[in-house]
Design a protein around this ligand. Sequence first.
Ligand SMILES: [Zn+2]
Length: 262
Amino acid sequence: MPPALALRQRGRVSVALLWFVVLPGCAPAAPADDSGTILPPEPLVGEVSAAASAEGASQVPGVSVAYDITSASSLTVVVTKLRPLEPVSYIPADLLTLRGVPGGDSQRMRAQAATAMARMSRDATAAGVPFRISTAYRSFGLQQYLHTREVRRLGTAEADRRVARPGHSEHQTGLAADIYDVPTNELSQSFGESAAGTWVRDNAYAYGFIVSYPDGVEAVTGYFYEPWHVRYVGEKVAGDMRNTGIETLQEYFDIEASPGYE
Ligand SMILES: [Zn+2]
């Protein structure tokens, strides 16, 4: 199945069921961190207008950037209740252990996400607001176990608000992690108001991360507020979302909301 293509130009998105998502050259300024050390080569496959993601692209009217939101290995893949990974058993090829990140010794993320997470963790710690990794990459099998456990505990409807079904989890992409603040040591919505949670919400974009499931948008994402769940999308997309105030990947790429499974 070919990946989807959405074209975003001058703030409007038209989705064509072709290959890539194209975002505008008129994007606001790049995120604060322009050190260049971790700059991700955004779409991994078939980048259409790579130059548009470079600095200064905002001065080029009509220039667009392509994003692959469908290939499981794309850094901008969008995985929702209506968009399972293809294949559902997908395993990332470049998982790295999050050594040096508190809680990360037994957790893995894809290489670029892991490097960005290490930087974000180091800077959060330096700012006096350390956080720990709870879980990062989860295999199809682990996700199946977690979802089944929640279904037994809470019933299907409530479990589906909290844990993705296997093949539908951002954790399976190797690009997502659940984090919690060290003083509290628990994964809860209070993380959003904690020192670390506030720092992450305000600064994650500079490292290429977003908070996937913000408060008040369950009708779009299908998940309740998860301030602890961060997802790597690359600095360009994260910075653009920050600057435009768009909170979810679904709204950013103008694709369907996923309040529930089909
Ligand atoms: Zn999560």
